[in-house]
Every structure is written in C-alpha cells, then in structure tokens.
Ligand binder design. Sequence first.
Ligand code: BG6
Ligand code: MG
Length: 213
Amino acid sequence: MRYAGVIFDLDGVLCSTDRFHFEAWKQTAREVNAPFDERINQRLRGVSRMESLEIILGGSPLSLSEDEKLRLAEEKNERYRALLKNLTHSDLVPGAEETLAALRAAGVKLAVGSSSKNAVFILERLGARELFDAVCDGTMILRSKPDPEVFLKAAEMLGEAPRRCLVVEDAAAGLEAARSGGMDCAIIGGADMPFEPEHRIDGLGELRAIVLG
Ligand code: BG6
Ligand code: MG
C-alpha cells in the first residue's frame, strides 16, 4: 500500500457545490459593485468564507465595516444553504462510493479535509458521512487552506503520519496546503496549478491504483 490514509477535499472533489457558491457570491458581488466571473470564482476555491468575501471586496469601490462584512457573509451563506437543500445522494461524484469502499476494504483510512463550515450538512445530504473515518472541517480550524492545518488535523484524527497520507484536491490553495503539510497530492481535473502535484487524475476511480499500487 502506497498510502495509509487518504484525505479528500469536499467541494469540487466529492461533489460540485462550486456552482452553488458561484450563484450565491454573484449576488454579493452585485451588491458591492464588484466584478465577478469564473476566473475570480476559481480564487475562492478552498479558502474560507470571510477570506472569499475579502477577495470579492478587493474589486469593490466600497469600504465596509466589520459588521457589514459579517452581514454579507451571512446572507451569502443563507442563499448557499437554500441551494444545498437540492443536494441528494446522486450529487456524490461518479465512482466515489465504489472507490471509497474499495480503499476502506484494503485497510486505508479515509477522511474529509474541508475549509467549509457546511461540510457535515453537505455530507449528510449526500448520504456520505458514513463513508469516512473522520471529518475535519471549517468549524475545527483557525487557518484555512493554503495553511495545512485542516489536513494535519485530519491526519491526526486518522492516527496517521502526514507523509503516509494522500490529499485529493481540486484547488491551488489545497495543493499548497498539502505540500506545506508534507503530504502528497492528487489533483482532480486539469486546472492550472502553481506547481505540479505528485498525481493528476480525471476521476476518483483512478485512486485505487495510486493508493494501493
Ligand atoms: C471550501 C470551498 O470548500 O469551503 C470554498 O472550496 C468556500 O469556496 C469554503 O469558501 C468555505 O465554505 P463555507 O461553506 O464555510 O462557506
Ligand atoms: Mg475544493
């Protein structure tokens, strides 16, 4: 076995909630007169809610108080949670269930490592909470990706050393977090990254060969 533990990012890896984040932030951007498109949305991947807001506000002519920022973030989250209500088991990405079961049967420990404070809610909607030995999310950390805290804590929850864990990510912030935590990383999809990860995959099904091979 090449890795004893696998730590999965949630948004963009196990399910595509990114389109819901995009929709919910779009209205915020409109309210503060800031530009917003797919390219800006890419920069929000993996980073916390408040840091995402700061990135959007970077394009706004307004200067807001902390209270106004909190209100905008809260309203965005309400819109986002309303969209999440439509999630079902069928939104778990293809191949996830089979792959996770095969890895687990081989004795590999599995965790979620997500910056999201909605991670448990999402996993429950997907009917996927029971597929993991541990969930480390945005409610349990002080610093979000690219800081490695969420992955280091997930490895600790699994009882595995970071160098024996593989991180599965879709975002540059997540790749950087894995690298500074001393973990290998598999990037799903072909997005540009600041440096090449140890593995590139097109689907979760490819993890079996990488992890068990
Ligand atoms: C990450 C997403 O998983 O969670 C980010 O990739 C998001 O785009 C972050 O900002 C925080 O999410 P939440 O659900 O706590 O607002
Ligand atoms: Mg992601």
